[in-house]
Design a protein around this ligand. Structure first.
Ligand SMILES: Cc1ncc(COP(=O)(O)O)c(C=O)c1O
Length: 391
């Protein structure tokens, strides 16, 4: 079967007709079919709440529909279901790990200058609580695979107790050389937490092979799940010490069941993840990724005549790519939001733009509902409206 992406599939999403949506990376966009499944689950929850929570969510020896849903996600990423829990988002998963680990004065927690802002703040907070110190690996852009590895090699110290490594970074959209970085960290005796917020769905993911200590990914981004659905993997070596952010009835059961029920909440996004997986598989992961790569390459070719260059080589990006906008002075923090607003107000184009290392970066997401026409419309508009301090 040949699947035609672009305009023909756009009606599978509820996106507003007049929006050119090139920012799937920030919050995702959930297909109507998956939302319908979530609506059905919600209706079931409200028909008989007691039965719903006791039979579908709470841990039971005979298993639960929640655990079955975890099992489907786990098998998709080549992990055991007993090593995986659902969390609301990458922020919550990373917070749980940081709070679970003990730190003392002198310990270092490694992040990079590409680390998502919320994670940096979380690390700074945990360090203030424990006397540990952040260790920020600086990776200037443009960069390469070997340059990133060299930066890690140079920065590591024996005191580095935990490292939080992006699989695909937020501001730069770069795919990090994760397997090689994990090998370096293992050699150093450093615990490894992978922030794979953008990974599941965007790139093939084999957690069994990567073998980190922890891995967090958002299913509401590139796997098409409803918002508020992410997973946290903990290897058997660290599972026992991994505790949820919220202490509730099942805390003493330990990982994974201590995460399954953490008070009354709407768990339907989690229960709808099998529907998201089915939608994703139905569209064809290979076909999806090939289409996204083609669109991203098209975007690169359209931006190049404007002097706009990518932050890294082609093989370090997938469905999302960041580019450096040439400016005649160092970028100010307000340049990114100003450009986003300009594109939105002028032509209802949504992209992501940030200031990174005194450079203005734009990040373009190519989801299957995006077309080559959308990319042309974006590039032409950018050229027409310009950007702050355009060089
Ligand atoms: C690399 C990275 N980590 C974590 C997050 C946080 O995701 P969430 O807001 O779903 O917790 C994001 C969000 O875009 C991200 O890009």
């Amino acid at each position: 079967m040949t699947i035609t992406f672009g305009r023909p599939v756009r009606s599978l999403w509820g996106l507003a007709e007049d929006v050119t949506f090139l920012n799937h990376g920030s919050f995702g966009a959930c297909p109507l079919e998956v939302l319908k499944q979530q609506d059905m689950l919600r209706a079931e929850m409200e028909r008989q709440p007691d039965v719903f929570f006791r039979e579908k969510i709470m841990p039971r020896e005979s298993g639960s529909p929640l655990r079955d849903a975890v099992g489907e996600v786990a098998s998709f990423v080549h992990a055991n279901a007993s090593d995986v829990v659902f969390v609301e988002n990458a922020t919550a998963g990373i917070q749980a790990v940081l709070r679970s680990m003990k730190f003392a004065p002198g310990d270092r927690i490694l992040i990079t200058n590409h680390t998502y802002n919320a994670m940096r703040l979380m690390v700074e907070t945990r360090c203030a609580e424990t006397g540990a110190t952040p260790l920020v690996v600086q990776i200037p852009v443009p960069t390469t695979w070997s340059n990133i590895l060299a930066r890690f090699r140079d920065a590591l110290t024996p005191a580095t107790k935990l490292a939080i490594i992006d699989h695909i970074a937020s501001p730069t959209a770069l795919i990090f050389p994760l397997r090689e970085i994990i090998a370096l960290l293992r050699n150093n005796g450093t615990r490894i937490l992978v922030d794979g917020a953008h990974a599941i769905g965007q790139i093939p993911l084999d957690i069994g092979e990567l073998a980190p200590d922890w891995y967090v990914s958002n299913m509401h981004k590139w796997l098409f799940a409803p918002k508020g659905s992410a997973f946290l993997y903990a290897s058997p070596a660290v599972a026992r010490e991994t505790e949820p952010n919220i202490v509730s009835h099942f805390i003493k059961l330990g990982f994974p069941h201590s995460f399954d029920y953490t008070g009354t909440r709407d768990n339907t996004a989690w229960l709808a993840t099998p529907a998201a997986l089915k939608f994703f598989q139905g569209q064809g992961p290979e076909a999806i990724r090939a289409y996204q790569r083609r669109l991203i390459a098209h975007c690169r070719d359209l931006l190049s005549p404007l002097g706009i260059m990518p932050v890294g080589p082609d093989d370090m990006s997938a469905a999302m790519r960041s580019f450096i906008l040439p400016q005649n002075k160092p970028a100010a923090p307000e340049d990114g939001p100003a450009l986003m607003l300009r594109l939105w107000n002028e032509e209802r184009i949504q992209i992501s733009a940030v200031t990174f290392d005194q450079m203005l970066l734009i990040r373009i997401s190519a989801q299957v509902y995006v077309t080559e026409d959308d990319m042309r419309h974006f590039a032409a508009t950018l050229d027409r409206v310009g950007w702050p301090n355009r060089a």
